[in-house]
Write a protein that binds this ligand. Structure first.
Ligand code: NDP
Ligand code: 2IT
Length: 444
């Protein structure tokens, strides 16, 4: 059996009941085949076996007391996946669906994403099955304090630097940082996405969404096209979706639909982002409310229908596997030309295949959403140097990083004979540096 197939087989046997982890590993390792063939020394060094096995998995109990005095227990996770090129880096996700499979798929993706940024950050991910929906600020604070009471002994500014992800934004990072500082007595850059008053970076909040649009803009530019006048669908209405919408609109696109986990809004006149921001960021409400406030807008229960709206560009920005084969086929039938993944693994393997066969320009998550973690690394640099860069400075660096990622994956795909296949290109471009570092470190 070929090396890649054997490693994938063993991974599935050794890690049963982890479908998301299997999915991410399958996409990555298949994309790496041309590199593996060129480097027989990797098999001798069991490089892939080591690459897919986390360096450390931390599982812990998170007990907390709600406003009525009831005691709850959640699971806490931190997967420290790979530190070959820098300290572990990656977000924390608070969502009831969180389990080890999801954290491991996110951690594996993060290794190559972080490498693609060109900055010295390894890969990690963490989170909890805690559901922040409907909780008071006090309950969120109690939960974050309990979570950090355990996590703080495993992280550090040069060891492991968590950040936000689904369900973890500025409010949660603030509570987590407060508890870290209280226990460890260090005011350091141990978390990114911090508030501006205590060491955060300008443009971090906007970075993932802006970065997604910058890389898509570069793909358009290389085909003598632009966002101007394009019809865009963005799924989700959280941090990534909101700032992707903002940047796409500022480049002249018409964003006509967004969703949350209950249903989608369709506004043929173009989404009024200030209304979405008021509902989602200020009121922490439901997207349904948009249709009550904006004349001519429609609300539809359920998420899937969003992909039946004709568009030129689709930017999935909510969660894994939100675009399946059937949705991809409808998007293609309706003429989609570009798909940029703001979320992590939003397209199933079958959906990716539909897009690629149809000649859609498909920008995979580990490249397209790398702007967030890249700007986190810029936040780390500012923390270490005790510096504070202007918005324009950080934004310019972010744009430059995204343009470089586009060309690196494009060139890697060409070099290995799979021109235009950015799934393979991104995997190869990200893997090269990690593999080189792992080989240099010996068997560790
Ligand atoms: P948020 O929590 O801010 O927003 C998440 C959005 O996605 C919400 O609108 C949420 O709806 C929706 N959503 C979540 N789960 C589901 C689901 N199962 N079905 C339908 N909709 C769902 O998270 P972010 O915007 O930060 O993250 C979005 C995606 O981007 C994730 O895949 C994340 O991993 C990825 N990402 C985030 C980065 C960052 O910097 N924040 C960086 C790179 C990638 P509802 O409110 O109803 O739950
Ligand atoms: O998936 C991701 O890249 C993130 N959630 C951001 C991670 C980070 O450390 O900024």
């Amino acid at each position: 059996m070929q090396y890649v197939e054997r490693v994938l087989e063993e991974l599935k046997t050794k890690n049963p009941n982890e479908p998301e982890f299997h999915q991410a590993a399958t996409e990555i390792l298949n994309g790496l085949k041309p590199v593996i063939e060129k480097h027989p020394e990797y098999e001798k060094a069991a490089l892939l076996e080591r690459f897919v096995e986390p360096e450390r998995v931390i599982l812990f109990r998170v007990p907390w007391v709600d406003d009525n005095g009831a005691v709850h227990v959640n699971k806490g996770y931190r997967v420290q996946f790979n530190s070959a090129i820098g300290p572990y880096k990656g977000g924390l996700r608070f969502h009831p669906s969180v389990n080890l499979s999801i954290i491991k798929f996110l951690g594996l993706e993060q290794i190559l994403k972080n490498s693609l940024t060109g900055l010295p950050i390894g890969g990690g991910k963490g989170g909890s099955d805690f559901d922040p929906k409907g909780k008071s600020d006090n309950e969120i604070m109690k939960f974050c304090q309990s979570f950090m009471t355990e996590l703080c002994r495993h992280i550090g500014q040069d060891t492991d630097v968590p950040a936000g992800d689904i369900g973890v934004g500025g409010r949660e990072i603030g509570y987590l940082f407060g508890q870290y500082k209280r226990i460890r007595d260090e005011h350091v850059g141990v978390l990114t996405g911090r508030g501006l008053s205590y060491g955060g970076s300008l443009a971090r909040k906007e970075a993932t969404g802006y970065g997604l649009v910058y890389i898509t803009e570069e793909a358009l530019k290389c085909r003598k096209d632009s966002f101007k006048g394009k019809t865009v669908i963005i799924s989700g209405s959280g941090n990534v979706a909101i700032y992707a919408c903002h940047k796409a609109q500022s480049l002249g696109a018409k964003v006509v639909a967004m969703y949350d986990s209950n249903g989608y809004i369709y506004d043929k006149n173009g989404i009024q982002l200030d209304v979405v921001k008021q509902i989602k960021e200020v009121e922490r409400g439901r997207i349904k409310e948009y249709a009550n406030r904006v004349k001519g807008a429609e609300y539809h229960e359920g998420c899937k229908g969003i992909w039946t709206i004709p568009c030129d560009i689709a930017l999935p920005c909510a969660t894994q596997n939100e675009i399946d084969k059937a949705s991809a086929e409808i998007l293609v039938k309706n003429g989609v030309k570009y798909v940029g993944e703001g979320a992590n693994m939003p397209s199933t393997l079958e959906a990716i295949s539909v897009f690629q066969k149809a000649g859609v320009v498909f920008l995979p998550a580990k490249a397209a959403n790398a702007g967030g973690v890249a700007t986190s690394a810029l936040e780390m640099a500012q923390s270490s140097g005790r510096l504070f860069w202007s918005f324009e400075e950080v934004d310019a660096k972010l744009k430059n990083i995204m343009v470089n990622i586009y060309h690196n994956m494009d060139e890697a795909a060409k070099e290995y004979g799979v021109e235009g296949d950015y799934v393979a290109g991104a995997n190869i471009a990200g893997f090269k540096k990690v593999a080189e570092a792992m080989m240099a470190h010996g068997i560790v």
